[in-house]
Ligand binder design. Structure first.
Ligand code: AMP
Length: 114
């Protein structure tokens, strides 16, 4: 656990969250400021600053996190969904504990089409 990390505190149960799924090494909960009808954050229970750091240090947990996204989307009633990894403050990352945004019910992919 990292000091003053809000997501570590959620993992430890020190801060409440709307948890939708849990696996051995991951936790998933609804984003407090949702940008889509389904907006879930999937995080590793272990602290790493971003998803790339997680993948370098613990690739099996990174894979578990990715696999969880499909299970959660299905649980939420969606076959199709987007994953967003904001990495670095300049890219909008505000919580420096690895996480992926699972977004469903909105076509984020249109942002990437000319
Ligand atoms: P990012 O900007 O990629 O670092 O995403 C951090 C996300 O965490 C934002 O979308 C916030 O709305 C969300 N967030 C911050 N605090 C909480 C919290 N206590 N419970 C749920 N989501 C949170």
């Amino acid at each position: 656990m990292a000091a003053d990390c809000i997501f570590c505190k959620i993992v430890e149960g020190e801060i409440p969250a709307d948890v939708v799924a849990e696996s051995e090494h991951t936790l998933a909960f609804r984003d407090i400021n949702p940008k889509a009808p389904v907006h879930v954050l999937v995080i590793p229970k272990v602290h790493h600053g971003d998803a790339a750091a997680l993948a370098s240090a613990e690739p099996a947990i990174a894979a578990e996190l990715l696999a969880q996204t499909r299970a959660i989307a299905t649980q939420e009633g969606h076959e199709d969904y987007n994953l967003v990894f904001n990495t670095g403050a300049g890219a909008g990352q505000t919580v420096f504990h690895a996480h992926v945004h699972l977004l469903a019910g909105v076509d984020v992919s249109r942002l990437f089409l000319a």
